[in-house]
Design a protein around this ligand. Structure first.
Ligand SMILES: [Zn+2]
Length: 178
């Protein structure tokens, strides 16, 4: 009996390990969705089936937003992000307003970084113990999309000393029209 439970624990452990390893492979050749008009803001939570998300999103967007994936650092999407002018960033899944260009900063991490959300109530955080360390995961509060992680106290010269480390792949950028 004891042997069996250890064996089953090991099996669960192996499956979890394989899952984590498969999921931790970063996604390359990413791009950011860009629109000319701000999306209509969702009222209340947005819930869709896995199939509906698959139909709406690109494979990269789906893997990151719905399956907790990560884009490769310094990838195409990050180059786009660095070149973007003033504007706002929305959830690619539900259109919720997440970040503004005024709070962008260059963290040197290779991922889009913001020091605060556009609206605190559009974001939620949860403890994430994957990758063998405790991190604070950032999710869209409207549709539960995985956006990235938030780190604090790193000493960046920003008003909050917070770094919202966000996958650009799951954002929609709308530039400001001058
Ligand atoms: Zn969303």
């Amino acid at each position: 009996m004891k042997f069996l439970s250890i064996a089953s624990l090991l099996t669960v452990g192996t499956v979890l390990f394989l899952f984590t390893t498969a999921n931790s492979q970063s996604i390359k050749n990413t791009t950011m969705d860009t629109q000319s008009k701000a999306p209509v803001q969702p009222q209340g939570t947005v819930t869709k089936t896995e199939q509906e998300w698959k139909e709406q999103l690109t494979p990269a967007q789906f893997r990151i937003a719905r399956k907790h994936g990560t884009e490769a650092p310094n990838d195409n999407v990050y180059k786009e992000f660095k070149q973007q002018g003033d504007g706002s960033y929305y959830c690619v899944c539900c259109g919720s307003h997440l970040f503004d260009s005024e709070t962008k900063f260059d963290s040197g991490s290779g991922w889009p970084s913001f020091y605060k959300p556009a609206n605190e109530k559009n974001i939620k955080t949860t403890d994430d113990f994957s990758a063998g360390l405790k991190r604070s995961e950032v999710l869209c509060n409207t549709c539960d999309a995985h956006l990235g992680h938030v780190f604090g106290g790193e000493g960046y010269n920003t008003p909050t000393d917070l770094r919202y480390c966000i996958n650009g792949t799951v954002l929609t950028f709308v530039g400001e029209t001058k």
